[in-house]
Design a protein around this ligand. Sequence first.
Ligand code: SAH
Length: 360
Amino acid sequence: MSATLSQSDNPTTQPQELKKSPASDIPPLLGASLPELTVWVQQQGQPAYRGQQLHQWIYHQGVRELSEISVFPKQWRETLQDTPIGRSTLHYRSVAPDETVKYLLRLADGQIIETVGIPTDDRLTVCVSSQVGCPMACDFCATGKGGFIRNLARHEIIDQVLTVQEDFQRRVSHIVFMGMGEPLLNTENVVAAIKSLNEDVGIGQRLMTLSTVGIPGRIRKLAEYHLQVTLAVSLHASNQALREQMIPSAHKYSLEALLAECREYVQLTGRRLTFEYVLLAGVNDRPEHATELAQHLRGFQSHVNLIPYNPIREADYQRPTRQSVQAFADALKKRHVAVSVRYSRGLEADAACGQLRASK
Ligand code: SAH
């Protein structure tokens, strides 16, 4: 985990340069902006307008290989065979009774990640992964039980959204970074993907949510990117001892320090944030926990999202009853804390919050 923590996160993310070099050196095109693609086609001796065509075909026409771009001259197309766009291949797809679709996607190196498409009448939300696996090992989460493999590159994040959009044949309206992985251990690629999903795919940043369990210093750093996404922080406990019991990384990051950093984030960005609180029956859902939580959040520009636990086979926690979820929500409301309850969708397909893993 330390190797991951020491990665450099530079708020002024520079676009990756698209070089005209041997095919194996060329980074996948997904994530490149229109100006970058324009420069790239010109380096190939093509007119600038081909950059616009390339942009349209890779972000909006669902093309998977450059050789499929029929508007390009045949001769040039043949030279592009080894230039990767950066698309994954579908390994497995299943549809839950509530129409949530779970995808297992195979990446270029054979790794598998999970993505979820969540449709409602007025929106299509994609739950994207930011890492292959996750090093945080939260006790109630299936992803953490499988260990950590690597960070996702920006094209691998963008690809998940395009895959869902193409499969549903409908525009994706919302994105939640709540799939596999801890986004703030991969901030640079996540931010690059957010910018491209915004500028190239056309999804509003305000309709994106980034969820983090909190990594010391990283929430403050995220504020420096001046994004318009909503930040959701996985609090899950009303005191330090309880949080340590559920979240191993809490041993090195006190609840007090985490909340102080969240306050700073609100001050720096002027954006209110969401606190997520997974409800585990008999563990963190008692009335005294609600009281304690409300004390911490008094005067905080925030919103609490309660997530009744979704069962996973590696842990023996229980989901609280609807009545006790409601009682917890009411106790917070009584203390002037804004609260909502998220009954995750996709439960039957093992695609709900916390159930994501690289297998069926
Ligand atoms: N690493 C990020 C994203 C994780 S998934 C984070 O920790 O925030 C998004 C949310 O689902 C997190 O709040 C996570 O704690 C929660 N979650 C994990 N396992 C769960 C489970 N079994 N039931 C309900 N929610 C769960």
